[in-house]
Design a protein around this ligand. Structure first.
Ligand SMILES: *[C@@H]1O[C@H](CO)[C@@H](O)[C@H](O)[C@H]1NC(C)=O
Ligand SMILES: *[C@@H]1O[C@H](CO)[C@@H](O)[C@H](O)[C@H]1NC(C)=O
Ligand SMILES: *[C@@H]1O[C@H](CO)[C@@H](O)[C@H](O)[C@H]1NC(C)=O
Ligand SMILES: *[C@@H]1O[C@H](CO)[C@@H](O)[C@H](O)[C@H]1NC(C)=O
Ligand SMILES: *[C@@H]1O[C@H](CO)[C@@H](O)[C@H](O)[C@H]1NC(C)=O
Length: 410
């Protein structure tokens, strides 16, 4: 009952959002909405230097990534620094690693530890919605899942960062889909293992058989079968909770904690699958302001397929197209034995997307596992890895320490 109500609500919300977008563009309604704050704006607000970079991928997507090149708290502007590259999760963006502010957010903590910090943005999110030849409203633009993020966006972003910094390798931190893409990259393009000094997978969504999050479980009947009507109807499009108009309304409504806190909290809970975990309530307006940051429906479908198959494998296009594309009826599994970089796994006991037993199964499949860490707080949820009030002590500090240890030893 609750589940069908949830699905119904989600569908109605999608329709409203969709029609508002069209109404807006056809009627030129103008509301006094705030301009959007970018990651660079947020970084500068706190007195840190910010750079914005554009990368055009080999298949034409234009990605906007951000950099904190040095820390104003250290006098390290002109000395060479190790590079860390941080990649966001599903429905998120580079903003997430900044929201907790200079004392607690991962990006600032890394900068203050003497790292050159780069924040990625995957194709299709709010920062990476442009293409050199395809119009973003065309279904062709949205024909990608995290397979393409892992095989194209991330490796090409890493090459760009290495080229700009003159470094030979980076430290990698990925949350959720950001770690999924790490394993896709290193298994399909194993030559990238040499460009990773250490790789930190926070709540890696790789094996998903034990995922319990409502939004995942509820979408299985709709999207779990590649030949099903739901999949056919919904694939290859932008997942609509994000569109430019709605986001401006969220910004405006949720931009200050005092205005509509209740409304923002509900939105936030919908986005996060209903678990507030250990996220500080004062952050919720900012979270609602920046999430969901936009994805292709195929990314969600690919995760649902991981849940149904209980395997980590390429996108399932259905028997016929699989045969044509992969020369077999089922999609091939990602060869995790090729992930030879130093890899560190972190999981939480209240994570409905990256379940402890699924992460342990991943650990067993990695040839060079350096750490399998259980966060010692029983309520630790999927988004706590980025937004919990204790995130500095539980996640950021240990991750940074492992990176520093590597630098000292090498
Ligand atoms: C999108 O990319 C094209 C091609 O590089 C560029 O001309 C255009 O200004 C970009 N549009 C936006 C909104 O950034
Ligand atoms: C849950 O995880 C266990 C341990 O990794 C795995 O063997 C099992 O297949 C998973 N369960 C489901 C329902 O996928
Ligand atoms: C396709 O698979 C068959 C059977 O596994 C194999 O004999 C054949 O060489 C494969 N073809 C290609 C083009 O890989
Ligand atoms: C993780 O998986 C186990 C086994 O399927 C299940 O009992 C448990 O509730 C799951 N944990 C979460 C937080 O979803
Ligand atoms: C929550 O955030 C507010 C404002 O940033 C801060 O004053 C408060 O100490 C935080 N609470 C916890 C438990 O960290």
């Amino acid at each position: 009952m609750l589940r069908s109500a949830f699905v119904l609500f989600a569908l109605v919300a999608l329709c409203i959002v969709w029609s508002m977008d069209h109404l807006h563009s056809s009627l030129y309604i103008h509301l006094p909405l705030k301009p959007r704050k970018t990651s660079a704006d947020r970084i500068c607000e706190h007195g840190y230097p910010a750079e914005s970079h554009y990368i055009t991928t080999s298949d034409g997507y234009i990605l906007n990534i951000f950099r904190i090149p040095y820390s104003p708290r250290l006098s390290n502007r002109y000395i060479s620094k190790p590079v860390v590259f941080i990649q966001h999760g599903l429905m998120a963006s580079s903003d997430g690693f900044l929201l907790n502010g200079p004392d607690n957010a991962l990006a600032y903590n890394f900068a203050d530890a003497g790292f050159d910090v780069w924040l990625g943005n995957a194709r299709g999110n709010i920062y990476s919605r442009n293409h050199s030849t395809i119009w973003i409203k065309h279904p062709k633009f949205w024909k990608f899942s995290w397979h393409e993020i892992g095989t194209i966006d991330i490796p090409e972003t890493i090459d760009y960062v290495l080229h700009r910094t003159g470094e030979k390798a980076i430290h990698y931190v990925g949350h959720s889909q950001g770690s999924t893409a790490y394993f896709v990259m290193l298994s399909i393009r194993p030559e990238y293992n040499a460009k990773i000094k250490t790789g930190h997978a926070l709540a890696p969504a790789v094996f998903m058989g034990n995922a319990t999050q409502d939004i995942i479980v509820n979408l299985v009947p709709l999207l779990g079968n590649p030949d099903g009507v739901g999949t056919k109807l919904l694939c290859d499009q932008q997942f609509t909770p994000y569109n430019s108009y709605i986001c401006r309304i969220l910004d405006t409504a949720c931009g200050s904690p005092t205005k509509y806190p209740k409304y923002c909290r509900i939105l936030y809970l919908l986005w996060s699958g209903g678990a507030q975990g250990n996220v500080n309530s004062t952050l919720l307006p900012q979270v609602a302001e920046t999430h969901p940051a936009g994805i292709s429906t195929n990314q969600a479908i690919h995760f649902i397929q991981s849940k149904v198959s209980n395997m980590f494998r390429q996108y399932d296009f259905g028997t016929k197209k699989n045969q044509k594309l992969y020369n077999q009826t089922e999609p091939p599994a990602y060869p995790l034995e090729k992930v030879t970089a130093n890899t560190y796994l972190y999981y939480g006991l209240n994570d409905g997307a990256a379940n402890a037993s699924d992460v342990k199964r991943l650990a067993h499949n990695l040839p060079n596992l350096r750490l399998l860490h259980e966060v010692p707080i029983s309520t630790w949820s999927h988004i706590d890895f980025v937004l919990a009030w204790q995130v500095k002590q539980e996640i950021n500090d240990p991750v940074i320490q492992y990176c520093k240890d590597y630098e000292v030893a090498n």
